[in-house]
Design a protein around this ligand. Sequence first.
Ligand SMILES: [Zn+2]
Ligand SMILES: [Zn+2]
Length: 535
Amino acid sequence: MKVKFMGAARTVTGSCYILETQGHRFAVDCGMHQGVEEIEKRDWDTDIYEPRRIEFFLITHAHIDHSGLLPVMVKKGFRGKIYATPPTRDLLEIMLLDSAHIQETEAQWKSKKRLRHGESRTQPLYTQEDARAVFPLFVDKKYNQPFEPIPGLKVNFQDAGHILGASVVELWVKESGKESKIVFSGDIGRPAQLLMEDPSQIRLADYLFLESTYGDRDHKDETQSLNELAEAISFSYARKEKVIIPSFAVERAQEVIYSLYLLSKDGRLPKDMPVYLDSPLAIQTTEIFRRYKEYLDESTREILQKGEDPLSLPQLRYSQTPQESMSLNGLKGPAIIISASGMAESGRIRHHLRHNLWREGASVVFVGFQALGTTGRKIVEGAKTVRLFNEEIAVKAKVYTINGFSAHAGQSQILDWLGHFQTRDMKVILIHGEYKAQQILAELIRKRLGCEVCIPDYLEEITLELGEKLRRVEFPEKAAPRIDWVFLLQDLEAKVAQLRGRTAQLEAKELAEQAQLRDRLLELNRDLSEIVSET
Ligand SMILES: [Zn+2]
Ligand SMILES: [Zn+2]
């Protein structure tokens, strides 16, 4: 059996693993690549997936970094089945449409700019129509309802405790008389997470494909996170400013509301502080959560049974239309605004950040993972300004990073989950993590469990043969595109030299114009100093 890593290899996004066995070819997940430009380019390079040759997809959960390229696959000729749990299917229907809408809006915006420059239009990666073409291919499979998509292959979904309907995928593959068991962790949930059950414990696997998002660190505990959220609220409430919470629409937004419900029961949420859920997607998601009560954890079900609703608050308001969202910009007085996207890369949250980030007394509360290169990551790492809608916005608001809300297991929780496996000689393949975090986790796994661990790279292939070491089949150039630093720096030096040769012309300019040029150069100089100090 062969596995090819189409994404989420030494990076977090783009989960997709194509497996080949006995003439069959299928894939686990089909995620979008997100983050820095080099990674996002991969979304446009999808012929290498050979979509027509993929027989079926197994989708672990509805997050876009695990499912967002399904419309591209269908557009390029994939016609097979897509297996997922019922809540995953329902969530995917709204999320893929939302993702398509974002693609369309971005393409429109880019096209306008390109047309002004006399260039041709930009096409969206996919449209809402492409997204709709995916829906008829879904096949529902509940947890613990094993099925055989092709002869010789058994599949079972188990609760991953990550988001509603998220699965760990167990695969039993028969090859030349021998059966091997492969487990894809999907994203493993944080135990004791609000709303979700703890991840299912699995005991056997020959090969484990393990997520490693937080391979290098643990989360703060939940009580501390709740306290920090309360602190942000009282900080901005006292200053009559807003609390802005960039949040994934799915799961996190519901968890944030649940947390506000807990704070409100404790008297730590001022009754006259309105809470706005400014995300149609989050509003629809909340409805889906209500539809699948049996997928929620026991304590949530108990609260629901008592007739209370932890997904609601007396002061909670939904803002559906763009007009409703825009009216929040002029809102006076303290308020909490929960909006998407969670990494502030797109969506309505960017407007709220533009209106509040520069205000002292406002707070921005990050409640999720911030990938490298995203606006969220820049703010979390202390950027003095960030670019929003072609404008540099000062970061004066108080920034909170509350990672106790994570839907991912932290380092020791991953190791605990791993501890339930009892198969000797299990091989661990680390996926879905940044390389640094993966190296740290790999070392811990080798030391504690003595397993063979490998960290594959983008487009790498490995063979899985029982009793054999993992064998790397191919390592294409594409996996590690190099940045030509020598050229880049020479070019920069040449430009500085040109300017040096033109000091007479510079001095001949009007004083005001000289001052302007000087300021631009000083700004460049500051940027350069920062880059030098970071390397
Ligand atoms: Zn996820
Ligand atoms: Zn993920």
